[in-house]
Structures are given as structure tokens and as C-alpha cells.
Write a protein that binds this ligand. Structure first.
Ligand SMILES: [Zn+2]
Length: 278
């Protein structure tokens, strides 16, 4: 009698287990996730302590999609790798939820689409400035500045490109999708002159996060003000195409969007107009 009851129980457990996703048969999903991350971590960082990095990642506070991890005290390279690998795991789960065939060699595999998406959203490491959301994680670029020896007081203007994603859809918006679209940065030096070649890098660092264009414009303004130690700064983002509008939803081609932010001497419209036409 006892044996029969035990057999029935085993059968019941087996029956229940067979309807669970394959991954969670033996262990809880969380254990499976941790093991998945740990295995990859130990290949990547054979001499580092996994549990220490795991704890560091878990202690990290949330920060806004438009902010950099410096806002919450920074992150180690190991904890960043854990974040990226957990993200990859969940993208994998999302693909399975959407019934996407993971045996498709263009999607599945060790470095398949979930891996590529996690890299695109998280960056490869803390020095990677080339991904769509890498500005949330990468180190702040050095902005070289020099004494304003000749006491220049005229506007210094440069056009740069913007690559960003909207915080509503994480769909790209950019100056690169339409002729004549640009991001203009102009400032009037006070005691310091900026190494202007670095402006594109600082703009990239701020822009490659999730943004509303208006807020991005203000954030670039703040960065340039801080670096130049001058509030006479003018930022104009002109004719940016938002793909969440042009390629989906309303699919409007009319949606190119302009915004500006300025302070100090640029409150004067004539000066703004002058530098806009340079
Ligand atoms: Zn959007």
C-alpha cells in the first residue's frame, strides 16, 4: 500500500513537471538564471569572485533611462557583465514567450539575437561608447579645456550628430535620417576654451540613452555649461527624425522635430540666428 501511494505521488510530480518550461524542471527559475550567469561569468573572469560581483550588481540602485550609472555611484566591470548577461537571459525568455524559433541559426545560438540585443542596450563594457544605450554605462569622456588666453568673447560653434532612442519605445531618433538635420552647439567662452573635437564624444555620451528630445537638449546644455564654465550656451537640435513615429504608429514623414535650449548671451535672438546660419 505504502509503495503505491509513493508511486502515485511520483507520477503526480512528474506530470506537473512535464508542463513546466524545460528550463525550470529541476530548479526554480531563479536558480537557473543564477547558474546561467555564473557559468558565463567564470569563463569571462576566471580569477574573479562571482558572488561578490553578483552582490555588487544586486545592490545597485535603479536609475533613470536618461541617466548614467555614475548617478548611483558607478559600477564595476564585473557587475556590468552580470547585468548584461541577466538582460541577455531575459531577452531569450521574451523571444521564447513570443514563440520565436530559437533553432533558427539567424536568431538562436550562443551569441544569437538575445546576446546581440543585450549588447546593443547595455554596451560591451564600460568603455564601449558605440551602442544605442551605452551612455547609461560608459565612463564620462574627458573634455579637454584650455585657458582663454586671448580673451575670446565671440561664439564658438560646432555641428555634431545625435544618435539616441526615445524613452517611450526605445526606437532610435537621430540627425542621420534626413538631409539638413543637425545638432548645433554654440558657446561663448569665459575663462576656458573647450577642446572642440571632444564635443561629439560628450554629446554621444549624453545622447546614447533613452530620452525625450526636449530633455536631451537641456542635458546637453548642462554638460556644455559645466565643461565651459559659462552659461552662454546654445543647443539646437534641428529636424530629427523619430523612428517610433516615422516607421510605425502614424508612420508620419512630417514628424521631424526641432528643439532648442539656451542661456546667458544667447537669450538675444539675433545672436542665436547668427550662429544658426554659420
Ligand atoms: Zn517613441
Amino acid at each position: 500500500m505504502k509503495n503505491t501511494t509513493a508511486n502515485t505521488t511520483i507520477k503526480k510530480v512528474q506530470k506537473r513537471a512535464s508542463v513546466l518550461p524545460k528550463d525550470s524542471k529541476a530548479k526554480g527559475n531563479f536558480d537557473y538564471l543564477m547558474e546561467y550567469v555564473k557559468n558565463k561569468f567564470q569563463i569571462k573572469f576566471p580569477s574573479k569572485d562571482f558572488h561578490e560581483a553578483w552582490a555588487a550588481y544586486n545592490q545597485l540602485q535603479n536609475f533613470k533611462i536618461s541617466e548614467n550609472v555614475e548617478t548611483v555611484g558607478g559600477i564595476t566591470e564585473e557587475a556590468h557583465y552580470i547585468m548584461r548577461t541577466i538582460t541577455e537571459y531575459h531577452f531569450n525568455q521574451a523571444f521564447k514567450a513570443m514563440k520565436i524559433d530559437m533553432n533558427d541559426p539567424n536568431v538562436g545560438g550562443e551569441k544569437g539575437t538575445p546576446y546581440r540585443m543585450a549588447k546593443m542596450y547595455c554596451g560591451s563594457d564600460l568603455n564601449d561608447a558605440s551602442e544605442l544605450l551605452s551612455g547609461r554605462w560608459s565612463h564620462r569622456p574627458e573634455m579637454a579645456s584650455f585657458p582663454n588666453e586671448n580673451d575670446q568673447k565671440y561664439p564658438i560653434t560646432k555641428r555634431v550628430d545625435i544618435v539616441s532612442v526615445c524613452s517611450h519605445h526605445t526606437a532610435p531618433f537621430s540627425t542621420l535620417f534626413r538631409d539638413g538635420s543637425y545638432a548645433l552647439i554654440s558657446y561663448i567662452p569665459d575663462k576656458k576654451v573647450l577642446g572642440i573635437s571632444k564635443l561629439q564624444r560628450i554629446v554621444d555620451w549624453v545622447a546614447r540613452r533613452g530620452h525625450l528630445q526636449e530633455n536631451l537638449t537641456k542635458m546637453i546644455y548642462d554638460e556644455v555649461c559645466q565643461a565651459a564654465e559659462s552659461e552662454s550656451v546654445y543647443i539646437k537640435l534641428s529636424g530629427l527624425v523619430h523612428t517610433c513615429e516615422s516607421l510605425r504608429g502614424t508612420q508620419s514623414n512630417e514628424g521631424a522635430f526641432s528643439s532648442e535650449y539656451y542661456g546667458g548671451a544667447f537669450k538675444n535672438f539675433e545672436i542665436r540666428r547668427e550662429v544658426s546660419h554659420q
